[in-house]
Design a protein around this ligand. Structure first.
Ligand code: FAD
Ligand code: FES
Length: 354
């Protein structure tokens, strides 16, 4: 059975089935609700249900919501299905959506840039292009319905190439094979662009960017955009890694620092060798050591869940406003549930007329 879901602040209405999530129902209709993990873990999709009843799917427990948020009527929309007509309110305007598509691309370059990081360049077929915004990611569509998310690390370009920075996860279904099996010319299928991690273009506040390891991937095009547009607000970029070898684009960022006034680069190593002369420790500790009051900043973070969670707690305790914190949490991949798989398969069939 379908139920009407209205986003009151945007005057948008769409139908959602009783056993699908509100985010999936909106995506099916081409409506861009904010989301990232689609798995109840990142909190990007939370919003207030003003009116109507709903249920969480698959016994989901909303641990990412505070008691206060639950009392306010906040709901994790990627895990909630309607039981009757709903009215939902977001506390920020929804972004203009770029419709995700399923595409094939060939590996143009596959280059190890650190002992555990690959720089991957894909080339789209002749005449094909992928519009996206800095901060977007794609899902690589692998065998047996496995999907793995990777951030687009380049700016949208004229020459149809896409850049990715991929960390090798020990035992990882995709990333381990990327180091051994994949070669130039191999084809990869993906769906994108996805996600709602993006620059807040309306701000004039100083900005801090924090990356953990390959968390630099979505942050790189954001910084490139800011530096090319020569925004006047000061920008700090803190890059936290385990050892100096993992600062795989250190030279490029140093070049930006020399080139652009107001851009500050602080690499931070948590397990330094004897040669390392820079900052050490958890990256968030160095950030709050340098900026003890974060109330006047916009903060962008990307990287593994443990780093994001630890940093979020510390930054909020140092007076960062919650609505000025933008996160891209690198959650582990997953396999598609059968229902979503079928939807995707029919979409792929439509696109490739199979
Ligand atoms: C929106 C988004 C963007 C992302 N962008 C990037 C990117 O640009 N570069 C990049 O390197 N990664 C990125 N990731 C993370 C990446 O998708 C996952 O690490 C993915 O699981 C790797 O696939 P795999 O097949 O190699 O490992 P898997 O087979 O998925 O994982 C093997 C094991 O490692 C665990 N694991 C995997 N990733 C993590 C993690 N991050 N933290 C803790 N445990 C983990 C899994 O639970 C599993 O037990 C992104 C994730 C998301 C959600
Ligand atoms: S919690 Fe819903 S998109 Fe991540």
């Amino acid at each position: 059975m379908d139920h009407k879901v209205a986003i009151v602040s945007e005057k948008i209405t769409f139908e959602v089935q009783e056993d699908e999530s509100i985010v999936d129902g909106a995506l099916r209709k081409g409506i861009g609700l904010p989301y990232s993990c689609r798995n109840g873990q990142c909190g990007t999709c939370k919003a207030k249900v003003q009116k109507g009843t709903w249920k969480y799917l698959h016994d989901f427990s909303p641990d990412i919501l505070t008691r206060f948020e639950i009392d306010q009527g906040m709901v994790v929309l990627c895990k909630a299905a309607p039981l009757e007509a709903l009215q939902i309110e977001f506390d920020h305007p929804l972004e203009e959506r770029i419709e995700p598509r399923v595409l094939k691309a060939k590996i143009e370059q596959i280059e190890p840039v650190a002992s555990d990081v690959i720089h991957l360049t894909l080339r789209l077929p002749e005449g094909e292009s992928l519009p996206f915004r800095p901060g977007h990611y794609v899902d690589f569509l692998l065998e047996e319905n496995h999907r793995r998310s990777f951030s687009l690390a380049s700016l949208p370009s004229q020459d149809s190439t896409l850049e990715f920075h991929i960390r090798k996860i020990p035992g990882g279904y995709f990333s381990e094979r990327l180091f051994t099996d994949f070669q130039t010319g191999d084809e990869i299928r993906f769906e994108g662009p996805l996600g709602s991690f993006r620059l807040n273009d309306r701000t004039t506040r100083p900005m801090i960017f924090v990356a953990g390891g390959t968390g630099f991937a979505p942050i790189k095009p954001m910084l490139e955009r800011i530096l090319v547009n020569r925004k006047t607000e000061p920008v700090w970029f803190y890059w936290g890694v385990r050892n100096p070898d993992s600062l795989y684009m250190d030279e490029l960022v140093k070049q930006w620092e020399n080139q652009y006034e107001g851009f500050h680069y602080i690499p931070v190593v948590s397990e330094p060798d004897k040669k390392w002369m820079g900052k050490t420790g958890p990256v968030h500790n160095v950030v709050v050591h340098n900026h003890s009051n974060l109330s006047g900043f916009d903060m962008y973070m990307a990287g593994p869940p443990a780093m994001i969670n630890a940093a979020r707690t510390v930054f909020l305790a140092h007076r960062l406003m919650e609505d000025r914190l933008f996160c891209d949490t690198f959650l582990p991949g997953y396999s598609l549930p059968e229902k979503t798989k079928n939807l995707l398969v029919s979409r792929i069939r439509r696109i490739f007329q199979m």
